[in-house]
Design a binder for this molecule. Structure first.
Ligand SMILES: [Zn+2]
Length: 240
């Protein structure tokens, strides 16, 4: 990556983070968030879905309870990353069932996000990778791009992949002229990132024990995503 690009990223002052689920902010870009926060950047976090679909078989944790807990976990994670005072918006869309592109609800949410972008004026946006193999991640990318287009505001954008290396097909990866990998050293903020991951207890521990089919981040996934460097995709063209 050119020095010029690195400089632009590190000098960002207003950072928009779009997380499809509470925990993606930490897993995908917790190190960079902590690093930029240390440098004095301000943040706006947008949590797109409520994260309530991870344990559909649990009787003790119906969707409302799980959604409330995941929101609290996200708050805790932001504290761990050093962004206590950052703005945050929970769009609370249905986990794994986001409104389809251009549906009436989609348009409402797009306009809301667009207004948030216009008010915050980010110079850097951290978005999920556009073809990360999870429907909410892809839909969240589309939503963010649609909001930028609606607002006519196009911040520098980095995209973070969560599931690409575990379940992506070859066509999910960026083409040579589509995006360039950006590797950022976050080693100084690794313990903050680890603490933020641990804050997402419903996703990392046996806290919810009455749903054997419930989702849990494996130690392997966590180890893959919590490293001294974070890798982002820098799109070489705006949008599609
Ligand atoms: Zn996710």
């Amino acid at each position: 990556m050119s020095t010029e690009r690195r400089k632009r990223i590190e000098q960002s002052r207003k950072v928009l983070v779009v997380a499809p689920h509470p925990d993606d902010e930490t897993l995908g870009c917790g190190g960079l968030i902590a690093k930029l926060a240390d440098g004095g950047a301000s943040f706006l976090f947008v949590f797109v879905t409520d994260g309530s679909a991870s344990h559909p078989g649990s009787k003790l944790w119906p969707r409302e309870r799980l959604a409330a807990c995941r929101k609290a976990e996200a708050e805790k994670a932001l504290h761990c990353l050093g962004v206590d005072h950052a703005g945050r918006v929970f769009l609370a869309l249905s986990d794994s069932a986001m409104p389809s592109l251009h549906s009436p609800l989609w348009e409402i949410v797009k306009k809301r996000l667009s207004a948030l972008v216009q008010a915050f004026l980010p110079d850097l946006a951290l978005l999920p990778w556009r073809r990360d193999p999870h429907c909410d991640h892809r839909a969240s990318w589309h939503l963010a791009w649609a909001a930028f287009q609606n607002a006519k505001i196009f911040p520098l954008t980095l995209e973070y992949a969560i599931w690409l290396d575990e379940s992506g097909q070859s066509e999910d990866y960026p083409g040579n002229d589509e995006a360039e990998a950006v590797v950022i050293d976050v080693s100084r903020w690794l313990s903050a990132k680890r603490a933020a991951v641990a804050a997402h207890q419903t996703q990392t521990t046996g806290l919810i024990h009455d749903d054997p089919t419930g989702f849990r981040l494996t130690p392997g996934t966590i180890a893959r995503l919590v490293q001294p460097t974070e890798t982002f995709w820098w799109p070489l063209h705006a949008g599609y």
